[in-house]
Design a protein around this ligand. Structure first.
Ligand code: NAD
Length: 267
């Protein structure tokens, strides 16, 4: 399930939310596959992103451009695509990975948190799809657009009304965009992780364990039993699927949202 180095060696992928977690794992994997990279994250993640870019350049010898901003701001996403195309010459794949979560019962969700999650997850993914599509259509050589949905885009989960709502929306957006862009040879898919060990899960674990008084880490660990493979996922597990979806081998796949969850939820 890997792309051939020769067919992708001049290709460029943008990854949002690349400084940490799943985005970081995807950046390392696509660099190993030979793609040049445009990495994007919030300005507060500058140090982490710079370290990652150095690591990637030294280990894989590909070109890397770092851009900072906020995916929920349209002008930042437009600047991201423009900068990467200017510096690296073209675009092949947009990985709209950045996302945030809040776990709350519906009626206890503050409206400002609702707006924040909608802005980053829904609008942020929309802007990434939009400016990638504009660029890929202009180039006329096809391409790949990928979003980050979730196991919470397949089934509702307790205390995840807002998060799950945005992830179902990303799955829907992915299906619609696949229909709009098929005629340009652009495929649009999303990955739907289960429970992957990242700072996002640490943040959610902290909230839940502080509510119940259970030891730190116990909320996340409880998902090991829910998963038929008996372990939590790692960013590399998701990155392997992304590597395949970005490659030529996935040319006939579009409009799909693939679970990577070790067998928690069966489609
Ligand atoms: P994470 O919090 O560990 O890392 C997210 C990265 O995105 C961070 O570097 C952060 O700085 C960046 N980011 C956050 N808001 C941003 C913004 N507005 N603009 C630009 N960058 C921003 O998250 P993760 O666990 O790696 O999740 C990555 C994606 O996968 C998210 O969309 C998430 O919803 C999805 N997902 C994760 C899991 C999981 O178990 N970790 C499960 C399902 C889906």
């Amino acid at each position: 399930m890997t792309s051939s180095a020769s067919s992708t060696s001049k290709r460029v992928a943008i990854i949002t939310g690349a400084a940490d977690g799943i985005g970081r794992g995807i950046a390392l994997r696509l660099a190993k596959d030979g793609l040049d990279l445009g990495l994007f994250d919030l300005p507060r993640s500058q140090q982490k992103l710079e370290q990652l870019a150095e690591e990637i350049k030294n280990e894989f010898g590909v070109r890397v451009v770092n851009v900072y901003g906020d995916v929920s701001k349209e002008e930042d996403v437009k600047r991201l695509v423009d900068t990467v195309v200017q510096e690296l010459g073209s675009l092949w794949a947009m990985i709209a990975n950045a996302g945030i979560s809040i776990n709350r019962v519906l009626h206890e969700t503050p409206t400002e948190e609702l707006d924040k999650v909608l802005n980053v997850n829904f609008k942020g993914t929309f802007f990434c799809y939009k400016y990638a599509a504009i660029q890929l259509i202009k180039q006329g050589k096809g391409g790949r657009i990928l979003g980050a949905s979730s196991i919470a885009a397949k089934k509702g989960l307790p205390e995840q009304t807002v998060y799950s709502g945005t992830k179902f929306a990303i799955r829907g957006m992915t299906q619609c965009a696949a229909m709009d862009y098929g005629k340009y040879g652009i495929t649009v898919n999303s990955y739907a992780p289960g429970v992957i060990e990242t700072p996002l899960m640490d943040y959610l674990d902290e909230y839940h364990t502080s509510q119940t008084g259970q030891p730190k880490g116990s909320w996340t660990k409880s998902f090991e039993n829910a998963c038929v493979l008996g372990r939590l996922g790692k960013p590399e597990d998701v990155a392997k699927l992304v590597s395949f979806l970005v490659s030529d081998d996935a040319a006939f796949i579009t409009g799909q949202s693939y679970l990577v969850d070790g067998g928690i939820c069966f489609d």
